[in-house]
Design a protein around this ligand. Structure first.
Ligand code: ACM
Length: 553
């Protein structure tokens, strides 16, 4: 008996050691530990068996070059390989019969070779991401790294695995947008929702309407501290992305299998557009209002870009002029973004202006609409029709359910899960992004060092999120494509704080979205999370240390 116990202990210890070597987030579907290791050094070659694996080879090569100073030779011609010993090879290939689902891969490491097969290009890329996580995170003098032998098969649970970033409240440079896309890709996530317009700044160049960026991209000041604030900075703030920069970002993301989804907010959150083109408002002659309890810089008459946070009454007027403007804007947006989805906002549109406007009231009668909610639905449906006519699908925040859902719209459920449940029951596609779990602007510890918007969402809370609500049956649940975390930036003024707010919560989210429900286990995740903290430091990514500072709730 004693012997059996000792044996059990021994196997337990061996298993722990083996598992300690394999610390991948998100947890792969299956891991088979093997003995031995593969050595990566300057002689290692990457063999691209199928040309489609080329982007993945480039990613691996630039990673090892940047992090370890290693430059690996890439070969596409098999005959070149005969010259070299097989143990120096990382073989990348496509194997369409690997799985019935998309994005699956196998990673097979023996002392002789590393073989990565992807069911498609993205699959190869995710195999590379797992391999990268197996490379030790210490540099050594010999530049020779030992990778544990292992066989992995892996595939994602959800097709939509997203991160959002608000660049209107605060603007982030292209270099950081690229870094953010790397965060997404390295977590095997695949959508970047780019919130490009809002009351506090219009951030995308539209050639037909230059004032959107000469006027709409800048505000004269910004609230200091937590709303209503202790004053106003008094300094002009802003910025925008040129179409050339946007194309560069889309290409960069594409090389990492990340789809960039632009958001152009309508009919609310439109103050910046209205500041540029006042005729888009129901009341072009009225000056922009701001809450009296907030401080203001610069002119208080005329239309102005907002300087503080919240929801504002001056929204797009549902006139033919506005629809023409939006169609022209979308023509440029659609020609830039290859994404199937275009986010049109639809959230937090106050109805006061439409109530006061004789034009809007006439339109409600003329179109036989029930009320201002019906008018919102009319607005969204018209825009949807235009975007559908160009072969694209709209995404809207869950308010687009009010007054009737546009026929083909995908709903992003943010005010809890209710909107998502309702939309799935109506056979509409859904992305879950409920505030309680998925708002990464919430604080991560009770006493944050800097201002946050409110809410309290720990890494464990994120990890506990289940994107398929119990209220949906199996058929309805098929409409839920996945989930997304949102990063609103009222109180996130710089890239370092974005990193602080998303890590480690993004690592937890990646596992929610990629790994199977059965594999999701907090106590099994925690040791890998500990290792992830070390990886963040190695990679130079900032992160919150709340996990170490407060007991997890
Ligand atoms: C939102 O947070 N207003 C979608």
């Amino acid at each position: 008996m004693k012997k059996i116990c000792l044996l059990c202990l021994f196997f337990y210890a061996m298993e722990t050691i083996a598992q300690n070597q394999i610390s991948i987030i998100p947890q792969p579907q299956s891991i088979e530990n093997r003995s031995g290791s593969f050595i990566i050094n300057a002689k290692t070659k990457i063999y691209i068996k199928n040309a489609e694996a080329g982007k993945s080879a480039s990613f691996l090569n630039s990673y090892v070059q940047k992090m370890y100073g290693l430059s690996l030779q890439t070969v596409a011609d098999k005959s070149a390989l005969k010259l070299h010993a097989p143990e120096q090879m990382i073989v990348l290939s496509i194997n369409k019969s690997l799985s019935t689902g998309k994005e699956a891969y196998s990673l097979d490491i023996t002392p002789k070779a590393i073989k990565i097969e992807g069911v498609d290009e993205a699959g190869v890329f995710y195999g590379i991401q797992s391999l990268i996580q197996l490379i030790p995170i210490e540099k050594n003098n010999t530049n020779s790294f030992s990778i544990p032998c292992v066989k992995i098969f892996d595939a994602p649970r959800f097709t939509y695995r997203g991160m959002h970033l608000d660049v209107s409240r605060h603007f982030f440079p292209i270099s950081f947008i690229k870094k953010y896309i790397d965060f997404i890709a390295m977590h095997k996530m695949n959508r970047f929702h780019w919130h490009l317009t809002d009351d506090q700044g219009w951030r995308i160049e539209i050639k037909k309407y230059p004032k959107l960026t000469t006027v709409g991209a800048y505000r004269n000041g910004t609230t200091i501290g937590r709303y209503p604030g202790t004053g106003n900075t008094g300094t002009r703030y802003g910025g925008f992305y040129t179409q050339k920069e946007i194309k560069d970002i889309i290409q960069y993301a594409g090389e990492r299998y990340v789809e960039v989804i632009p958001e152009i907010e309508l009919p609310g959150h439109a103050s910046a557009a209205i500041a540029a083109y006042p005729e888009l408002s129901c009341f072009p002659e009225e000056s922009t209002k701001h809450p009296e309890k907030t401080a203001w810089t610069g002119p208080t008459t005329g239309k102005q870009v907002q300087q503080t946070w919240g929801v504002f009454e001056d929204v797009f007027a549902p006139t033919e002029n506005t629809f023409k403007f939006l169609e022209n804007v979308f023509d440029e947006v659609l020609s830039l973004f290859p994404s199937k989805y275009i986010h049109i906002g639809g959230d937090e549109c106050p109805k006061e202006s439409w109530k006061r406007s004789a034009f809007c009231q006439r339109l409600i009668k003329e179109k036989n609409l029930k009320d201002e909610h019906g008018l919102q639905s009319y607005f969204i449906t018209r825009i949807e029709k235009y975007i559908n006519s160009k072969g694209k699908q709209i995404i809207g925040w869950d308010e687009i359910l009010e007054g009737g859902l546009a026929p083909n719209a995908l709903v992003m459920s943010w005010r809890g899960e209710k909107g998502g449940i309702e939309a799935a029951k109506q056979k509409h596609q859904v992305i879950m992004t409920p505030g309680e779990w998925m708002y990464f602007d919430h604080k991560q510890k009770q006493k944050e060092d800097s201002v946050t918007i409110g809410g309290y969402t720990t890494v464990q809370k994120v990890y506990s999120y289940e994107p398929l609500p119990k209220q949906l049956n199996a058929e309805e649940a098929k409409y839920v494509l996945g989930a997304q975390a949102n990063v609103w930036t009222e109180y996130i003024t710089n890239p370092n704080k974005v990193e602080y707010m998303i890590f480690p919560r993004m690592s937890a989210l990646s596992e929610v979205l990629w790994s199977s429900k059965e594999q999701r286990n907090w106590s099994q995740f925690e040791p890998r999370l500990q290792y992830a903290f070390k990886r963040y430091s190695f990679l130079g990514w900032n992160y919150s240390k709340a996990y170490f500072e407060e007991p997890i709730k």
